[in-house]
Design a protein around this ligand. Sequence first.
Ligand code: FES
Ligand SMILES: [Fe+2]
Length: 330
Amino acid sequence: MTPVTPSSWIAVCAARDLKSTPRRFVIAGQAVVVFRSGQDIVAFADICPHRLAPLSEGRVIDGGIECPYHGWQFDGTGLCRMIPGEVGPVPRVRLMPLSVCEHDDLIFVSLTPTEATPYSGRLMGAGNVSALVESRVQSTLIDVAENILDASHTHFTHKGLLRGLSARRHRVRVDITGGPGWVEARYEGEPRQEGLISRLLEGGRGISIGRFMAPGIAEIEFWGPQRVNLVTTFHLRQAEDGQVAGLGILSGPTEYGLGYVKAAIFKPLFAVALAQDRHILQAASANRTMFGDPKPVIGPLDILRSSIEAILKGELPPVAQQPVHMIMEL
Ligand code: FES
Ligand SMILES: [Fe+2]
């Protein structure tokens, strides 16, 4: 079962990185400006209604924002309060506020109004420890999501880090299920992995589950014999200039698996894994451009691609109707 109902919230940055200086984020092809105004967080489409300048290049003033072009000032609700030089009444012009919130140390924005609580990760809050990493890669959201959830690349791209150096594989059972806005693959029967990160963090290995949730969350749960002991949750968004921005949260129970010390050791190792993925994804992306966007071959182990594709189009993933059960060697 999926842990939450997928929502329209998109994580844009770490809460600690949002101050009273306006920041511009591109989400789903639209630019938004986000800033703190006292206790509040404010978000608008990043475009001034006057001559369309990006408001994010302006400044926060009296809890609202001043456009960098002619200095029109909009308050925190988006209403235009001041036009420099105008001596008469200010015409009624307003920016449309967007839904924005801070949750579990992340800032989330939604392009459609929502009251739902954003999903940040499987193991957040009291009793858990988490670390946050940020990454950017020249690629597409589907390629990055697939890469994160793809168990078959780790033997090669992350040799020695996530997997051992030996070529030994183990037969595992994979169950792929899905529903509106989500798909997950459950791997059972994998022995403990031998790679550096796996040794450090996983403890006794039970099952692992990789899932994708709309609008761009790729998450992996690593289970010990009884409970989840490590979760990696990536919040992905297609940003500007063909880049995918990712906010990755590693979380685990404080007293179990990922303690504070391990979290500190883990972060740099995780960064190495991310750099390995970034390299291969960017090289593939450059090839895609050079070779005129060839259609990729979907191999027999590429079990999540078609479902992720459907979810990104707002369609029901095929496995929602027809769950898939298979055996593969990992
Ligand atoms: S473009 Fe914003 S004030 Fe003119
Ligand atoms: Fe990877």
